[in-house]
Design a protein around this ligand. Sequence first.
Ligand code: 3PG
Length: 211
Amino acid sequence: MTFSEKVSKTGIIPVVVLNKVEDAVPLADALLKGGIDFMEITFRTECAADCISEISRKVPEMNVGAGTVLNVSQARLAVERGAGFIVSPGLDEETVRWAIENDIPVIPGAVTPTEIMKAVGLGLKVVKFFPADVYGGIKAIKALSAPFGQVRFLPTGGVSEANLKEFMENKSVAAVGGSWVCKKDDIAAHDWDKITKLSADAVKIIKEIRS
Ligand code: 3PG
């Protein structure tokens, strides 16, 4: 299975902000228990690289990637520490080229036709649509899929259980991204059961739509 087939199969990439390395493995386990085998650890906290390395070593079933990657040096660090894919809020050409050259799946943000054309020109087929709610949500994705029928989107930002269905029903949506299954407060409270429950609820909706 290719990376994008795997992502599509799972249908969701939780966006994770971790402040403590010791929360990384329990969180990965909680997501897996709920049926989610992808997670994006954002480079917004100092411990992001350490969290990636913990998960890649100790939870091999989890496809762990790095998010909020802004440049090549962060991408390189993330991959050295075990990240299997790179997600960026926008499109940095140098980072995309580096990832492609190193055979690392990369999903940059692209929301305008010009940005999407740039991503396609670099050889990509999946882009992050971020912040999805601000840039027109599913309505915008539908409009963009007319000229960009081959492109698939990862809407992220403002996606939740409330609108998950409308995104997943669209064939141009490869998967959704979001933090609602692993909120900062739930991680801080070590409420792993809640995270598992929210993950399982999301997976149920995704499976119903996909079947
Ligand atoms: C982010 O980068 O913070 C993601 O887009 C998550 O957005 P969300 O918190 O609205 O899910």
